[in-house]
Write a protein that binds this ligand. Structure first.
Ligand code: 5GP
Ligand code: MN
Length: 324
């Protein structure tokens, strides 16, 4: 871990003493986001801050047994005397439109995304880290902070999910150092696996089945798109959070270099989730042209006033360009 990041984190804890801090994560939180929010909450409380965890959405089903609190709904959160600390995204616009409009400035940011330009006063940002939870874990280890076994488990889970079980191109030796450090502090790898991979709901499997049926191949089978039209959640009994991970099935096909999941939203926009087999494809740059962002090999966007029909040719052209 870079010494300047450790210094920034130490400074963050020092100035947090006596402050009221809202730890805010991106909408539709994934495992890394949930882990980072609740881990930061405990660490900041130990440092003497009064902390709440705020998100536009609730803790997803798969992560429920890792936490004791629920996330506070960003649409009802109104006490802006809490300063904003954002995790796992660079900007409040990824958290909620309401929070973006309500906060004039961001107190601190802990993140690992390549996209986005953080305006935070204190930045603990490392775009080479496999997960935001990895950055936090390395700071816990480097500064020898006390954390509960619950937080050790959370951080292990955040690292494991964001690196697809330690296999993404973003996985580095320090990723495993971070995981080891969390195991030494009480994380249980098998508990994490039982929670994440042995308790799927049948509705999610039905969604997966519809999704796999929708896959379409383009550009000599090097690009694969999957579709979630309006009404799919009702039809299968599933919900939005069940879409997490679907795009990985499209990318897993031999020969597919870029995979995209497109979801039709009720407000006339299309949500895209993109994966590249190689970081060189820079899918984050493609996502940025639709107002989104992310990492070199995993990115997303929500494009307003689009339909599948209008967005497919635009996206295909950009994907083909980046494969060249
Ligand atoms: P996913 O496809 O799993 O939803 O997201 C993949 C990555 O892209 C995540 O790191 C996520 O934070 C980022 N991402 C997804 N949607 C958006 C978006 O609308 N805007 C930005 N800036 N990043 C996104
Ligand atoms: Mn992350």
């Amino acid at each position: 871990m870079k010494p300047e990041l450790l210094r920034e984190f130490a400074k963050l804890l020092q100035v947090a003493n006596g402050k009221k801090i809202a730890v805010i994560g991106h909408m539709r939180p994934d495992g890394d986001c949930v882990a980072s929010q609740f881990a930061m909450a405990e660490i900041l409380r130990n440092a003497g801050a009064e902390v709440v965890c705020v998100n536009q959405n609730k803790v997803p089903y798969l992560y429920k047994n890792f936490v004791e609190e629920e996330l506070i709904d960003s649409d009802s959160f109104a006490d802006f005397s809490y300063e904003a600390l954002i995790v796992d995204c660079a900007d409040l616009s990824r958290a909620s439109a309401r929070l973006k409009n309500s906060y004039e400035n961001v107190f601190a940011c802990v993140d690992h995304h390549a996209s986005g330009n953080s305006q935070a006063q204190i930045k603990v940002i490392d775009i080479e880290a496999g997960a935001t939870a990895e950055i936090i874990a390395l700071c816990v280890i480097g500064l020898d902070l006390k954390i509960s076994p619950m937080v050790a488990n959370l951080l292990f889970m955040g690292i494991a999910t964001d690196t697809r079980q330690f296999t993404t191109t973003s996985t580095r030796a320090e990723t495993l150092d971070a995981a080891k450090g969390m195991m030494l502090r009480g994380a249980d790898a098998n508990f994490v696996a039982q929670q994440l991979y042995q308790r799927e709901r049948i509705a999610k499997m039905r969604l997966l089945s519809v999704y796999l049926d929708s896959l379409k191949m383009y550009s000599n089978n090097r690009i694969c798109f999957g579709f979630i039209p309006l009404g799919t959640f009702e039809k299968t009994g599933s919900c939005k959070e069940d879409t997490d991970g679907l795009v990985d099935y499209a990318r897993s096909i031999e020969g597919v270099e870029i995979a995209v999941t497109l979801e039709e939203l009720a407000d006339g926009s299309v949500k895209g989730s993109m994966r590249g087999k190689k970081p060189e494809y820079r899918v984050n740059e493609i996502a940025e042209t639709f107002g989104g962002g992310g990492h070199f090999a995993a990115a997303g966007f929500t494009a307003k006033n689009k339909t599948f029909e209008t967005i497919i040719p635009e996206l295909l052209e950009l994907c083909e360009k980046s494969l060249k």
